[in-house]
Design a protein around this ligand. Structure first.
Ligand code: NDP
Length: 303
Protein backbone atom coordinates (compact mmCIF):
# COMPACT_ATOMS: atom_id res chain seq x y z
CA UNK A 1 0.00 0.00 0.00
CA UNK A 2 1.09 3.61 -0.53
CA UNK A 3 0.55 5.21 2.87
CA UNK A 4 0.48 8.94 3.64
CA UNK A 5 1.29 9.75 7.29
CA UNK A 6 0.53 13.21 8.73
CA UNK A 7 2.86 13.91 11.67
CA UNK A 8 4.95 10.94 10.58
CA UNK A 9 8.17 12.61 11.78
CA UNK A 10 7.15 12.20 15.44
CA UNK A 11 7.64 9.45 18.01
CA UNK A 12 4.71 7.24 16.97
CA UNK A 13 5.15 8.15 13.29
CA UNK A 14 8.77 7.00 13.11
CA UNK A 15 7.90 3.67 14.74
CA UNK A 16 4.91 3.27 12.43
CA UNK A 17 6.91 4.12 9.30
CA UNK A 18 9.52 1.49 10.22
CA UNK A 19 6.84 -1.16 10.70
CA UNK A 20 4.92 -0.26 7.53
CA UNK A 21 8.11 -0.34 5.44
CA UNK A 22 9.12 -3.69 6.90
CA UNK A 23 5.63 -4.98 5.97
CA UNK A 24 6.29 -3.90 2.36
CA UNK A 25 4.36 -0.61 2.27
CA UNK A 26 5.53 2.71 0.84
CA UNK A 27 5.42 5.68 3.25
CA UNK A 28 5.20 9.41 2.51
CA UNK A 29 5.21 11.78 5.46
CA UNK A 30 3.29 15.06 5.73
CA UNK A 31 5.25 17.56 7.82
CA UNK A 32 5.50 21.30 8.40
CA UNK A 33 9.06 21.12 7.08
CA UNK A 34 9.88 20.00 3.53
CA UNK A 35 12.39 17.19 3.01
CA UNK A 36 13.03 13.95 1.13
CA UNK A 37 10.05 11.57 1.22
CA UNK A 38 7.84 14.38 2.57
CA UNK A 39 5.11 16.72 1.47
CA UNK A 40 3.98 19.75 3.50
CA UNK A 41 0.81 20.99 5.18
CA UNK A 42 -1.59 23.77 4.31
CA UNK A 43 -0.01 26.70 6.16
CA UNK A 44 3.40 26.43 4.59
CA UNK A 45 3.15 25.59 0.91
CA UNK A 46 -0.54 24.94 0.35
CA UNK A 47 0.61 21.59 -0.95
CA UNK A 48 -2.29 19.36 0.16
CA UNK A 49 -5.21 21.78 -0.46
CA UNK A 50 -3.92 23.13 -3.77
CA UNK A 51 -2.51 19.97 -5.32
CA UNK A 52 -4.93 17.60 -3.58
CA UNK A 53 -3.96 14.22 -2.21
CA UNK A 54 -1.05 12.46 -3.93
CA UNK A 55 -1.93 8.98 -5.22
CA UNK A 56 -2.21 6.77 -2.10
CA UNK A 57 -4.10 3.78 -0.71
CA UNK A 58 -4.26 4.85 2.94
CA UNK A 59 -4.00 8.07 4.95
CA UNK A 60 -3.12 8.33 8.65
CA UNK A 61 -2.95 11.45 10.80
CA UNK A 62 -0.70 11.62 13.88
CA UNK A 63 -0.01 15.37 13.79
CA UNK A 64 -0.39 17.37 16.96
CA UNK A 65 1.50 19.87 19.10
CA UNK A 66 3.01 18.08 22.14
CA UNK A 67 0.43 18.69 24.90
CA UNK A 68 2.62 17.65 27.84
CA UNK A 69 5.64 19.77 26.90
CA UNK A 70 6.66 21.03 30.39
CA UNK A 71 8.47 23.99 28.80
CA UNK A 72 5.22 25.31 27.31
CA UNK A 73 2.99 27.23 29.70
CA UNK A 74 -0.66 26.22 29.46
CA UNK A 75 -1.88 29.52 27.96
CA UNK A 76 -4.90 30.19 25.71
CA UNK A 77 -2.49 30.66 22.79
CA UNK A 78 -0.86 27.26 23.36
CA UNK A 79 -4.27 25.57 23.84
CA UNK A 80 -5.33 27.01 20.47
CA UNK A 81 -2.17 25.61 18.86
CA UNK A 82 -2.81 22.21 20.51
CA UNK A 83 -6.36 22.23 19.08
CA UNK A 84 -5.60 23.58 15.59
CA UNK A 85 -2.65 21.27 15.01
CA UNK A 86 -5.04 18.32 15.37
CA UNK A 87 -8.46 19.56 14.25
CA UNK A 88 -7.25 21.50 11.20
CA UNK A 89 -4.90 18.79 9.94
CA UNK A 90 -7.70 16.20 10.27
CA UNK A 91 -10.10 18.52 8.45
CA UNK A 92 -7.64 19.25 5.63
CA UNK A 93 -7.04 15.53 5.08
CA UNK A 94 -10.74 14.54 5.31
CA UNK A 95 -11.60 17.19 2.70
CA UNK A 96 -8.72 16.14 0.45
CA UNK A 97 -9.92 12.53 0.67
CA UNK A 98 -13.50 13.60 -0.11
CA UNK A 99 -12.40 15.44 -3.25
CA UNK A 100 -9.84 12.86 -4.42
CA UNK A 101 -10.42 11.42 -7.88
CA UNK A 102 -9.48 8.00 -6.53
CA UNK A 103 -10.14 8.04 -2.77
CA UNK A 104 -7.90 5.89 -0.55
CA UNK A 105 -9.05 2.55 0.89
CA UNK A 106 -8.46 3.58 4.50
CA UNK A 107 -8.32 6.77 6.59
CA UNK A 108 -7.21 6.57 10.22
CA UNK A 109 -6.62 9.18 12.92
CA UNK A 110 -5.09 8.80 16.36
CA UNK A 111 -6.79 10.61 19.26
CA UNK A 112 -6.71 9.84 22.98
CA UNK A 113 -8.48 8.04 25.82
CA UNK A 114 -9.01 11.44 27.48
CA UNK A 115 -12.35 11.13 25.64
CA UNK A 116 -13.62 9.09 28.65
CA UNK A 117 -14.42 10.79 31.99
CA UNK A 118 -11.91 10.04 34.78
CA UNK A 119 -13.16 7.47 37.28
CA UNK A 120 -11.64 4.91 39.62
CA UNK A 121 -14.57 2.53 39.19
CA UNK A 122 -16.23 2.94 35.76
CA UNK A 123 -14.93 0.67 33.01
CA UNK A 124 -14.97 2.05 29.48
CA UNK A 125 -14.84 0.42 26.07
CA UNK A 126 -15.20 1.86 22.58
CA UNK A 127 -19.00 2.08 22.87
CA UNK A 128 -18.89 4.18 26.04
CA UNK A 129 -20.00 7.79 25.88
CA UNK A 130 -17.69 10.75 26.58
CA UNK A 131 -16.21 13.74 24.81
CA UNK A 132 -18.08 16.37 26.78
CA UNK A 133 -16.62 17.04 30.22
CA UNK A 134 -13.30 18.93 29.98
CA UNK A 135 -10.92 20.54 27.48
CA UNK A 136 -9.21 17.27 26.55
CA UNK A 137 -12.36 15.22 26.07
CA UNK A 138 -13.91 17.98 23.94
CA UNK A 139 -10.65 18.13 21.98
CA UNK A 140 -10.93 14.42 21.14
CA UNK A 141 -14.54 14.86 20.08
CA UNK A 142 -13.61 17.84 17.87
CA UNK A 143 -10.68 15.93 16.30
CA UNK A 144 -12.84 12.92 15.51
CA UNK A 145 -15.64 15.12 14.10
CA UNK A 146 -13.16 17.03 11.89
CA UNK A 147 -11.84 13.73 10.53
CA UNK A 148 -15.26 12.51 9.35
CA UNK A 149 -15.51 12.29 5.56
CA UNK A 150 -18.49 14.36 4.32
CA UNK A 151 -21.37 11.91 3.73
CA UNK A 152 -22.25 13.28 0.28
CA UNK A 153 -18.83 12.41 -1.21
CA UNK A 154 -17.87 9.30 -3.17
CA UNK A 155 -15.14 8.66 -0.59
CA UNK A 156 -17.77 8.16 2.13
CA UNK A 157 -18.80 5.00 0.22
CA UNK A 158 -15.37 3.53 -0.45
CA UNK A 159 -12.97 4.73 2.27
CA UNK A 160 -12.85 2.85 5.60
CA UNK A 161 -12.70 5.32 8.48
CA UNK A 162 -11.05 4.39 11.78
CA UNK A 163 -9.98 6.13 14.98
CA UNK A 164 -7.44 4.76 17.45
CA UNK A 165 -7.87 6.31 20.92
CA UNK A 166 -4.42 5.93 22.39
CA UNK A 167 -3.35 5.65 26.00
CA UNK A 168 0.05 6.76 27.41
CA UNK A 169 2.57 5.55 24.80
CA UNK A 170 5.67 3.82 26.18
CA UNK A 171 8.92 3.93 24.25
CA UNK A 172 12.49 5.17 24.55
CA UNK A 173 12.56 7.73 21.73
CA UNK A 174 9.62 9.99 22.55
CA UNK A 175 6.48 10.69 24.56
CA UNK A 176 6.70 11.32 28.32
CA UNK A 177 8.43 8.07 29.33
CA UNK A 178 12.08 9.08 28.74
CA UNK A 179 11.74 12.11 31.04
CA UNK A 180 10.45 9.84 33.84
CA UNK A 181 13.49 7.61 33.74
CA UNK A 182 16.07 9.79 35.49
CA UNK A 183 14.24 10.15 38.84
CA UNK A 184 13.46 6.41 38.80
CA UNK A 185 17.09 5.55 38.02
CA UNK A 186 18.16 7.73 40.96
CA UNK A 187 15.72 5.91 43.25
CA UNK A 188 13.63 9.11 43.52
CA UNK A 189 10.66 7.87 41.47
CA UNK A 190 7.22 6.94 42.72
CA UNK A 191 3.50 7.22 42.05
CA UNK A 192 1.98 10.51 40.92
CA UNK A 193 -0.57 12.00 43.35
CA UNK A 194 -2.53 9.27 45.17
CA UNK A 195 -1.28 6.64 42.71
CA UNK A 196 -4.75 5.02 42.72
CA UNK A 197 -5.71 6.47 39.33
CA UNK A 198 -5.72 3.99 36.40
CA UNK A 199 -3.00 4.55 33.81
CA UNK A 200 -4.00 3.12 30.43
CA UNK A 201 -0.69 2.56 28.62
CA UNK A 202 0.50 0.96 25.39
CA UNK A 203 3.94 -0.07 24.09
CA UNK A 204 4.73 2.02 21.00
CA UNK A 205 5.27 -1.21 19.03
CA UNK A 206 1.65 -2.18 19.76
CA UNK A 207 0.25 1.24 18.85
CA UNK A 208 2.09 1.02 15.51
CA UNK A 209 0.95 -2.62 15.29
CA UNK A 210 -2.74 -1.73 15.79
CA UNK A 211 -2.55 1.00 13.13
CA UNK A 212 -0.90 -1.38 10.64
CA UNK A 213 -3.47 -4.08 11.53
CA UNK A 214 -6.34 -1.68 10.76
CA UNK A 215 -4.81 -0.77 7.38
CA UNK A 216 -4.15 -4.37 6.43
CA UNK A 217 -7.40 -5.95 7.71
CA UNK A 218 -9.76 -4.63 5.00
CA UNK A 219 -12.84 -4.76 7.25
CA UNK A 220 -11.90 -2.94 10.47
CA UNK A 221 -13.64 0.42 10.90
CA UNK A 222 -14.74 2.78 13.67
CA UNK A 223 -13.26 3.38 17.11
CA UNK A 224 -10.53 1.16 18.57
CA UNK A 225 -8.97 1.79 21.96
CA UNK A 226 -5.17 1.82 21.67
CA UNK A 227 -4.39 0.57 25.18
CA UNK A 228 -2.92 -2.64 26.56
CA UNK A 229 -5.50 -5.21 27.74
CA UNK A 230 -4.46 -4.97 31.40
CA UNK A 231 -5.63 -2.59 34.11
CA UNK A 232 -2.77 -0.90 35.95
CA UNK A 233 -2.85 2.01 38.34
CA UNK A 234 -0.22 4.70 38.53
CA UNK A 235 1.09 2.95 41.67
CA UNK A 236 1.38 -0.36 39.71
CA UNK A 237 3.30 1.50 37.03
CA UNK A 238 5.76 3.04 39.52
CA UNK A 239 6.26 -0.36 41.17
CA UNK A 240 6.84 -2.11 37.81
CA UNK A 241 9.27 0.56 36.59
CA UNK A 242 11.17 0.46 39.90
CA UNK A 243 11.36 -3.34 39.65
CA UNK A 244 12.54 -3.22 36.02
CA UNK A 245 15.31 -0.80 37.03
CA UNK A 246 15.99 -2.58 40.32
CA UNK A 247 15.42 0.64 42.27
CA UNK A 248 12.96 1.64 45.02
CA UNK A 249 9.98 3.61 43.67
CA UNK A 250 8.23 4.80 46.78
CA UNK A 251 8.55 8.59 46.73
CA UNK A 252 5.20 10.03 45.60
CA UNK A 253 5.14 13.10 43.37
CA UNK A 254 2.63 15.36 45.14
CA UNK A 255 -0.33 16.81 43.22
CA UNK A 256 0.72 20.41 43.95
CA UNK A 257 4.06 19.88 42.18
CA UNK A 258 2.35 18.37 39.13
CA UNK A 259 -0.01 21.35 39.01
CA UNK A 260 2.88 23.81 39.44
CA UNK A 261 4.70 22.38 36.40
CA UNK A 262 1.78 21.64 34.08
CA UNK A 263 -1.06 23.87 35.37
CA UNK A 264 -4.16 22.33 36.95
CA UNK A 265 -5.99 21.58 33.66
CA UNK A 266 -3.08 19.57 32.22
CA UNK A 267 -2.22 18.24 35.68
CA UNK A 268 -5.62 16.48 35.74
CA UNK A 269 -4.37 14.24 32.93
CA UNK A 270 -1.72 12.85 35.29
CA UNK A 271 -3.63 12.99 38.56
CA UNK A 272 -6.87 11.43 37.36
CA UNK A 273 -7.22 8.17 35.48
CA UNK A 274 -9.59 5.99 33.49
CA UNK A 275 -10.06 2.26 33.25
CA UNK A 276 -10.18 1.54 29.52
CA UNK A 277 -10.66 -1.82 27.84
CA UNK A 278 -9.62 -2.37 24.17
CA UNK A 279 -12.69 -4.58 23.52
CA UNK A 280 -13.08 -3.80 19.79
CA UNK A 281 -9.30 -3.91 19.24
CA UNK A 282 -9.20 -7.46 20.63
CA UNK A 283 -12.36 -8.48 18.72
CA UNK A 284 -10.78 -7.18 15.51
CA UNK A 285 -8.14 -9.91 15.86
CA UNK A 286 -5.18 -7.78 16.94
CA UNK A 287 -2.64 -9.79 18.99
CA UNK A 288 -0.61 -7.68 21.41
CA UNK A 289 3.18 -8.08 21.48
CA UNK A 290 3.19 -6.54 25.00
CA UNK A 291 -0.08 -7.14 26.88
CA UNK A 292 1.57 -6.93 30.34
CA UNK A 293 3.35 -3.96 31.90
CA UNK A 294 6.47 -5.69 33.31
CA UNK A 295 7.61 -7.25 30.00
CA UNK A 296 6.74 -4.03 28.11
CA UNK A 297 8.97 -1.96 30.42
CA UNK A 298 11.77 -4.52 30.36
CA UNK A 299 11.68 -4.53 26.56
CA UNK A 300 11.85 -0.73 26.38
CA UNK A 301 14.71 -0.56 28.86
CA UNK A 302 16.64 -3.23 26.94
CA UNK A 303 17.35 -1.07 23.89
P1 NDP B 1 5.04 13.83 18.53
O1 NDP B 1 4.98 15.13 19.27
O2 NDP B 1 6.25 13.00 18.68
O3 NDP B 1 4.83 14.04 16.97
C1 NDP B 1 3.72 14.72 16.45
C2 NDP B 1 4.07 15.32 15.10
O4 NDP B 1 3.07 16.30 14.85
C3 NDP B 1 5.41 16.04 15.05
O5 NDP B 1 6.42 15.20 14.55
C4 NDP B 1 5.15 17.24 14.15
O6 NDP B 1 5.63 16.97 12.84
C5 NDP B 1 3.63 17.35 14.10
N1 NDP B 1 3.22 18.63 14.70
C6 NDP B 1 3.58 19.13 15.91
N2 NDP B 1 3.04 20.35 16.09
C7 NDP B 1 2.34 20.62 14.96
C8 NDP B 1 1.58 21.73 14.52
N3 NDP B 1 1.45 22.81 15.28
N4 NDP B 1 0.98 21.66 13.29
C9 NDP B 1 1.12 20.55 12.50
N5 NDP B 1 1.86 19.48 12.86
C10 NDP B 1 2.45 19.51 14.07
O7 NDP B 1 3.71 13.01 18.96
P2 NDP B 1 3.51 11.43 19.12
O8 NDP B 1 4.13 10.74 17.97
O9 NDP B 1 3.88 11.06 20.51
O10 NDP B 1 1.93 11.31 19.04
C11 NDP B 1 1.26 11.17 17.78
C12 NDP B 1 -0.23 11.44 17.99
O11 NDP B 1 -0.74 10.54 18.98
C13 NDP B 1 -0.51 12.86 18.50
O12 NDP B 1 -1.65 13.36 17.85
C14 NDP B 1 -0.81 12.66 19.97
O13 NDP B 1 -1.72 13.60 20.48
C15 NDP B 1 -1.43 11.26 19.98
N6 NDP B 1 -1.24 10.63 21.27
C16 NDP B 1 0.04 10.44 21.75
C17 NDP B 1 0.23 9.91 23.01
C18 NDP B 1 1.61 9.70 23.59
O14 NDP B 1 1.71 9.24 24.76
N7 NDP B 1 2.68 9.95 22.83
C19 NDP B 1 -0.94 9.53 23.86
C20 NDP B 1 -2.22 9.73 23.24
C21 NDP B 1 -2.35 10.28 21.98
P3 NDP B 1 6.47 18.08 11.98
O15 NDP B 1 7.36 18.80 12.96
O16 NDP B 1 7.23 17.23 11.01
O17 NDP B 1 5.47 18.95 11.34
Amino acid sequence: MRVLVGGGTGFVGRNLARLLKSNGHEVTVISRKPGPGRITWVRQKQEIPSKGLPPCDAVINLAGENIMNPLQRWTDKFKKEVTNSRVETNRVLARAIASAEKPPEAWLVVTGISFYAPSETAEYDEDSTGGDFNFFSRLVRACEAAARIPGDSAAAEVTREAVVRSGFVLGREGGAFPSMLLPFRLGLGGPIGSGCQYLPWIHVADLAGIIAHVLESKNVTGILNGVAPSFDTNKDFARALGAALNRPALLPLPAFMVNAVFGSERGEMLLEGVKVLPRRTLESGYRYAFPELGPALRDILSY
